[in-house]
Design a binder for this molecule. Structure first.
Ligand SMILES: [Ca+2]
Length: 340
């Protein structure tokens, strides 16, 4: 078991906002044989930090997992002093050479921890991220902006260049594994477990959104991939090489491969998408939570009528170029649409 802190911009159960950080947290709960989750630290990105903090507390309460502490992070780029930063620095010093930090939002809290304790990056054994792009991030027919690294380029620069061992699952590599709607329903609808109900209740709205807005019959699991690499790297092929990392490039989240680069990064890719997806569903369903769904049959029937209407509305907003207004966060899937 390895001590892990999860730094995220979880917005599960926030209307029209990303669910992948929440799903990554459920994955960690399901992988309890590998992860000793010391706490969750909250950051901004998908939405404001305050929204993320409230959503995370609510999720843990609903799951009966209030034993997992949550620490509030900085609310904006370069807001480096926070409880989250202090917790990260303190735990890294407590577990030198052992602590893994999984970070799937903006990286402000990690730089905050470094400013709190200059030994932070030396103390942390491994940093696992979701973020960065190596080529344009084309989602359906739209080119999306990278979100995580570009939020606070200064912080991202420190994390990527000072971290002892850094792995990041890039946006481009996340797009290689589509979780289809059909499979999602098959795996979860008949599970009759608290965690299966939780995912359905929180992700069903989101899960059908891509189809209306982008014409994609499924969804991408972004942050879940980095949580999975942390626990089961055997599902991935590691791609370790040199990068020339600059703050300028990080303003767009771009990772520039270069033989003369001085930063070594691992950008793993899923080996077998089908086996990988099976592993993700199995791990989610192993999470022991005490969630009680209030979505009884009549409510589910109402949702089946209401959700397509909401999806249609979202698609109209998207086409009108008003997605930033329609969505509470920075945009669907944590990626702003570039051309608007
Ligand atoms: Ca995220």
């Amino acid at each position: 078991m390895r001590p892990v802190i999860y730094d995220c911009d979880n917005t599960i159960d926030v209307l029209f906002s990303d669910v992948d950080d929440g799903l990554a947290l459920l994955y960690l709960m399901g992988a309890q044989d590998c992860v000793d989750l010391l706490g969750v630290t909250t950051t901004y990105g998908n939405s404001r930090e305050e929204t993320v903090y409230k959503a995370t507390r609510k999720m843990l309460r609903q799951c009966g997992r209030e034993d997992i502490p949550v620490y509030r992070g900085g609310g904006a780029p370069e807001d480096y002093e926070s409880s989250a930063a202090a917790f990260l620095a303190e735990q890294a010093a407590k577990y030198p050479g052992e602590l893994t930090v999984l970070a799937t939002g903006s990286l402000t809290n990690l730089r905050g921890a470094f400013l709190k304790d200059p030994q932070f990056f030396k103390n942390v054994s491994e940093i696992v991220l979701m973020g960065g792009i190596t080529e344009p991030l084309v989602f359906s027919r739209n080119t999306m902006d990278e979100l995580n690294f570009s939020c606070d380029p200064r912080a991202s620069f420190d994390v990527l260049t000072r971290g002892a061992k850094v792995t990041t699952v890039t946006g481009n590599n996340c797009l290689k594994v589509l979780f289809t709607t059909k499979e999602y329903r098959k795996e979860l609808y008949k599970s009759h477990t608290p965690v299966g109900d939780f995912i359905r209740d929180k992700a069903d709205l989101y899960e059908g959104l891509n189809e209306s807005v982008f014409g994609i019959e499924g969804f991408y699991n972004w942050d879940v991939l980095s949580a999975a690499w942390l626990c089961h790297p055997e599902y991935f092929e590691d791609k370790v090489r040199q990068y020339e990392v600059t703050e300028e490039d990080l303003k767009t989240g771009f990772l520039r491969a270069s033989d003369r680069g001085t930063t070594t990064l691992n950008l793993p890719e899923v080996r077998d998408p089908e086996a990988f997806r099976k592993h993700i569903y199995e791990t989610w369903l192993r999470a022991e939570i005490s969630y009680k769904s209030r979505n009884y049959l009549p409510l589910r029937a109402v949702k089946r009528i209401v959700y397509p209407i909401l999806h249609k509305g979202a698609a109209i907003y998207w086409n009108m170029g008003k997605m930033g207004v329609a969505f509470t966060g920075e945009g669907i899937n944590g990626h702003k649409e570039k051309t608007r």
